[in-house]
Design a protein around this ligand. Structure first.
Ligand code: ZN
Length: 365
């Protein structure tokens, strides 16, 4: 066969193969949600990821009152908000009357635009502190969020070319790179939608069927965390005061956080819905979380009192036992636990011990 014919034959073969081959497998929607009935008149809309797996998306809870719905958190991206709205419409024809934010972090509220489009009369509710955070510097990060996520995807693509990754890290970075374009697109053109109705201590959303109490129990994960209590259904939504299975510290207030967890324990809940992760039906995870915060504070306080710098304190603090307990052997979860929880907790416990302020949108690294 002459070269030209060979090339022609190969080209024909290639086009025949292309015609026969299935289209490239579609990447599953990284913002997909599943619906779980918690109990009567209460549903959880969740994603199937651990709290250490991007994209970071908070739980959404739907409460059904007589004439309308009350929803806790809105999804953390534009497509996520659309998916949440679609899932709510599949549950009920009733409109959403109130959308409650547990706190200002975007993984809980950047989907709210879809709510305002679907139900223009929806009233967004939050603590006064959360509104202040959402209208000020702590929320400014959303302007670079798509860019920052792209940076994470690029970092992962680079790391995958090397040989240093563990099997767990390789698995997770491959996942991040695969969903990368869809994930990043979800953060382009973000807007914050601060609450129209705010409170400082507590507020009730009365109803014969599903009365709801919203309360600020003290500074914990942020300076404005709101919990939602449904006494009839005995459902307690905590926002990121509780994140499962790996806790989240960010610009948290370790000492006050412990007191807030005590207050959570005093609720007679049957279902505790954390900000991320699985529903808890007893107090064990709250106790583990308290023990972890207590452990880090107890390690940091004497070192801070000795006058050590934060960088030195970090070298002294022992994390392995807590990593074993929360993250097990998974090296991705162990390293994410450092970033999401332990390092931030050390920094915040240090500031607390020194009497220095913890600043939203600034601290936590
Ligand atoms: Zn969150």
């Amino acid at each position: 066969m002459r070269p030209r014919l060979l090339l022609l034959a190969l080209a024909c073969l290639a086009s025949a193969l292309a015609a026969a081959a299935p289209p490239p497998a579609a990447v599953a929607d990284p913002y997909a949600r599943q619906t779980l009935k918690i109990t009567d008149h209460a549903w959880l809309l969740y994603n199937n990821l651990r709290s250490t797996q991007p994209p970071f998306e908070g739980n959404v809870i739907v409460f059904e009152q007589r004439a309308a719905l009350v929803v806790v958190d809105a999804g953390g991206s534009i497509p996520s908000g659309r998916n949440v709205v679609a899932a709510i419409r599949a549950l009920s024809d009733k409109p959403v009357r109130f959308l409650v934010y547990t706190h200002y972090h975007g993984d809980h509220n950047l989907g709210a635009g879809a709510f305002l489009q679907a139900w223009p009369d929806v009233v967004i509710v939050s603590s006064a502190a959360t509104r202040s955070n959402m209208t000020g510097a702590p929320m400014a990060y959303i302007n670079t969020y798509a860019h920052d996520y792209q940076g994470m995807v690029d970092y992962g693509a680079g790391a995958l070319k090397g040989t240093k990754l563990s099997a767990d890290e390789r698995r997770e970075w491959q996942r991040v790179v695969e969903i990368g374009p869809q994930m990043v697109a979800g953060y382009v053109g973000l807007e914050a939608y601060p609450a129209a109705l705010v409170f400082t201590d507590s507020i009730e959303l009365p109803d014969e069927q599903t009365p709801l109490q919203l309360a600020f129990l003290g500074k914990a994960n942020t300076d404005g965390d709101v919990i939602i209590w449904a006494p009839r259904q005995r459902v307690l939504a905590t926002g990121d005061i509780v994140v499962h299975p790996i806790p989240y510290a960010s610009a948290s207030y370790p000492g006050s956080w412990l007191t807030v967890i005590d207050r959570l324990k005093s609720y007679d809940f049957a279902f505790l819905v954390p900000g991320h992760g699985a529903i808890q039906t007893d107090r064990r995870y709250l106790e583990r979380l308290q023990a972890a915060i207590t452990d880090i504070r107890a390690q940091v306080a004497p070192l801070a009192a000795k006058g050590m710098e934060l960088a030195e304190v970090r070298k002294e603090v022992r994390f392995a036992k807590l990593q074993d307990e929360f993250a097990g052997a998974d090296s991705w979860d162990r390293s994410q636990m450092r970033g999401f929880f332990l390092d931030a907790l050390v920094s915040n416990a240090y500031k607390e011990a020194k009497g220095e302020p913890i600043v939203q949108g600034h601290d936590g690294g």
